[in-house]
Design a protein around this ligand. Structure first.
Ligand code: HPA
Length: 271
């Protein structure tokens, strides 16, 4: 029977056979942020359904693909469409791409997501550099036997979001003449949005934004010894008595796209 590592290897070997160079940076694009995949040159698209062992989305019209190519002169491998825990995928699937990146020799990870802002200074369309996270998903992707090939049993998360990259990102935003926030992202399972009581509590805890992804991928990346940069697109804001809705999330992601694109590309050129 194939082990988990065999499966990761098989996927990595297949991807290697399709791409033309060693990717330097792995990227994960969040809801509504797929436009970045259009920015790559020498583009090669690989649908998930062609890649051995890749989880395939069961949701109609939700066909994900990997996009390989050059961004700012660097080869990147992009996961355009992630697997969410709330869709029913096990954590090993949710974080599968990160393991494949490791097997491909990728040491830098750029994660993005759409998130709800709970810091009162945020407005929809703001970008937040993730300084740290709170795992409220009720589980951890590293639970189970540890494979030392990937990393140590008890990995350190004190610098999960690489300080040097955060500094670079702040400098890039300044260079573009824009302000970005820096803050703590909390990962929840979803798919229901948060209650008012939960949001009030998270605010008191010092959380700046909430979302339904990213935390598992970053834990696995830290396990694999990768350097990580994370950016949240603040798509909606918590205010007492106000409902969150998915349409608002997608609209805000639309609005911030031009700045998101230029910032991301500038950061890619510097890391
Ligand atoms: N809550 C959780 N996840 C989200 C939100 C939110 O308000 N907005 C975008 N993703």
């Amino acid at each position: 029977m194939k082990t988990f590592r065999d499966k990761v290897n098989e996927s990595a070997e297949f991807i290697k056979s399709k791409i033309t160079a060693q990717p330097e940076i792995g990227m994960v694009l969040g809801s509504g942020l797929g436009v970045l995949a259009e920015e790559v040159e020498e583009k090669i698209t690989i649908p998930y359904k062609e890649i051995p062992n890749f989880p395939v989305s069961t949701v109609a019209g939700h066909s994900g693909c990997l996009v390989f190519g050059k961004m700012e002169g660097k080869y990147v491998l992009i996961q355009n469409g992630r697997w969410h825990f709330y869709e029913g995928y096990p954590m090993s699937d949710v974080t599968f791409f990160i393991r494949v990146l490791f097997e491909l020799g990728v040491k830098k990870l750029f994660v993005t997501n759409a998130a709800g802002g709970i810091n009162p200074l945020f407005v929809p369309g703001d970008l937040m550099l993730i300084s740290d996270h709170v795992n409220m998903m009720g589980t951890n992707p590293l639970i189970g036997p540890n494979d030392e090939h990937f990393g140590t049993r008890f990995p350190d998360l004190s610098k999960a979001y690489t300080p040097e990259y955060r500094q670079i990102a702040l400098e890039c935003a300044a260079k573009l003449g824009k302000r970005i926030h820096e803050g703590v992202y909390m990962g929840l399972t979803g798919p229901s949005y948060e209650t008012q009581a939960e949001l009030r509590m998270f605010q008191k805890w010092g959380v700046d934004a909430v979302g339904m992804s990213t935390v598992p991928e970053v834990i696995v990346a830290a396990h694999c010894g990768m350097k990580v940069i994370g950016i949240s697109c603040i798509t909606n804001i918590f205010s007492p008595g106000k409902a969150a809705d998915h349409k608002e999330v997608l609209e805000a992601a639309e609005k911030v796209k031009p700045f998101f694109k230029s910032l991301t590309k500038l950061i890619v050129s510097k890391i």
